[in-house]
Design a protein around this ligand. Structure first.
Ligand code: 13P
Length: 248
């Protein structure tokens, strides 16, 4: 199954989000790629989850949180729990985005708990992994990906998407080369098989990092690339609709 997910990060106001959804829905019809089995998702900031859910969910577009806390409730100022994400209309949650790891100290240990909490509340986790440029230059890419995926030995199998996002390709306009993507995705698939055995092939692996309508078809042609997690280009509803159409 192909998946295209928009990660808006900390962008857009409610009025801009509503305008985005209006344009997107004009361009995506059940007869287009969504009817061809493409899973389409939008991950807005927390403040717009309810609004975006109310606008797009009846049209078959899923809404994702950009993060979620492992505890269901309590004294965690500034955090949002998995049941609260569900309550706001989410069916999934991005976990372990490199910006969370880099700027907010997200650890693999915390992520194992978050994946399990997501499942407990019937949310689909999109586990984001990827190496920094320093790690790649040191020849440590596969080791880093293996470490980030090792939490699956603890969580066991469940509904899951994995997004490979090389940190150096995010927001830089410098997407990974086809050979680099192919090597990483093949390795991720092998690790999924090691940890999840029979269910490993049910896990789509998305690529993220400077995805645009110009380079997405080439990325989709790479073995084991099941779609994209898109930042900058996903803020433009015309470009995002193009990406969805390309995945169909
Ligand atoms: P860009 O598409 O802006 O490079 O961002 C990718 C990303 O981080 C999606 O989660």
């Amino acid at each position: 199954m192909r998946c295209v997910v928009a990660n808006w990060k900390m962008n857009l106001t409610a009025a801009e989000a509503a305008a985005f959804c209006e344009t997107l829905l004009e361009r995506i019809t059940p007869q287009s790629s969504m009817g061809q089995g493409v899973e389409v998702g939008i991950a807005p900031p927390f403040t717009m989850l309810g609004l975006v859910s109310s606008l797009v969910r009846t049209r078959g577009i899923e809404v994702f949180g950009q993060n979620g806390h492992a505890e269901p409730k309590g004294a965690f100022t500034g955090e949002v729990s998995m049941p609260q994400l569900r309550d706001a209309g989410c069916s999934g949650v991005l976990l372990g985005h490199s910006e969370r790891r880099q700027f907010f100290g997200e650890t693999d240990a915390a992520l194992a708990k978050k994946v399990k909490a997501a499942w407990q509340w019937d949310l689909l986790p999109v586990l984001c992994i990827g190496e920094t440029l320093e790690q790649r230059d040191a020849g440590r890419t596969l080791e880093v990906l293996g470490q980030q995926l090792s939490i699956l030995a603890e969580t066991g199998p469940g509904p899951l998407r994995v997004a490979y996002e090389p940190v150096w390709a995010i927001g830089t306009g410098r997407r990974a080369e086809a050979g680099q993507v192919e090597e990483a995705h093949a390795f991720i698939r092998a690790e999924l098989q090691r940890h999840l055995a029979g269910t490993a092939y049910e896990v789509p692996i998305l690529y993220g990092g400077s995805v645009t309508p110009d380079n997405f078809p080439e990325l989709l042609a790479i073995p084991e690339v099941s779609g994209g997690l898109v930042g900058g280009a996903s803020l433009d509803p015309v470009k995002f609709a193009d990406l969805v159409a390309q995945a169909g």
